[in-house]
Design a protein around this ligand. Structure first.
Ligand code: HEC
Ligand code: HEC
Length: 164
């Protein structure tokens, strides 16, 4: 009885090992037949990744709508930051002392400016979960998350579909 168990375990082990070796062999085969990818093809910008010279970014046409005239685009998923439907010309850079976005989007003034008020989530300290009386530091640089709408082709095609 014990001997039988020993034999069946051994043959099981041999089967597993042979599958493993076949797997390794076929992997090695495909590796040697694939071509190396050149430095220039690695990044999205299709330029040598080791130098900043001669880097031409694809032209991007950002929206020129002034605030109040743009149209919202659907967001990719329910909690995604909405894209900015108006130009940001003259509003950047955001500095410690000058954040033009707040001039229109602060809850105190938004209504009068016809703008969407900054939501409550932006006043919550992400570390403590406590409500603050000012926009949380992590939300201060609005353009970290909100980007102006642009007519740009995807650099990499994908089949992503927004969640419903
Ligand atoms: C002069 C006032 C003004 C300034 C400055 C301004 N906005 Fe706006 N923003 C608006 C108005 C008005 C809307 C409403 C819709 C529109 O413009 O098409 C809006 C819409 C938005 C929306 C879309 C909100 C939604 O409902 O989904 C975002 C995001 C946004 N702005 C971000 C910004 C950011 C970031 C900045 C700073 C770089 C900024 N805005 C500066 C007036 C302004
Ligand atoms: C860390 C990322 C992040 C930063 C930074 C950020 N936001 Fe947002 N914002 C979001 C996300 C995500 C949403 C959608 C979910 C929500 O409402 O919290 C949003 C929503 C909004 C909306 C739409 C509110 C609505 O009711 O439809 C406005 C307006 C807005 N943000 C303005 C701003 C402004 C102005 C700043 C800078 C002071 C800013 N945001 C900074 C992520 C960010």
């Amino acid at each position: 009885m014990k001997k039988q168990l020993f034999y069946s375990l051994t043959s099981f082990f041999l089967v597993v090992m042979s599958i493993y070796f076949v797997g390794c062999a076929s992997q090695g085969g495909s590796e040697s037949s694939s071509k190396a990818i050149s430095d220039k093809e690695l990044g999205l910008r299709k330029a040598d990744v080791t130098t900043e010279q001669k880097v031409n970014l694809p032209p991007v046409k950002y929206t020129e709508e002034s605030p109040g005239t743009g149209k919202l685009l659907p967001t990719s998923y329910p909690t995604a930051p909405p894209q900015i439907p108006h130009t940001v010309e003259g509003f950047l850079p955001i500095t410690k002392d000058n954040n033009a976005c707040l001039n229109c989007h602060s809850p105190e003034v938004a209504k009068d400016m016809g703008a969407v008020p900054i939501p409550e989530s932006h006043f919550i300290d992400p570390r403590t979960g406590k409500k603050l009386d000012h926009v949380a530091g992590a939300r201060f640089v609005c353009v970290t998350c909100h980007t102006p709408q642009a007519n740009a082709k995807p650099l990499v095609q994908n089949t992503f579909k927004p969640a419903q």
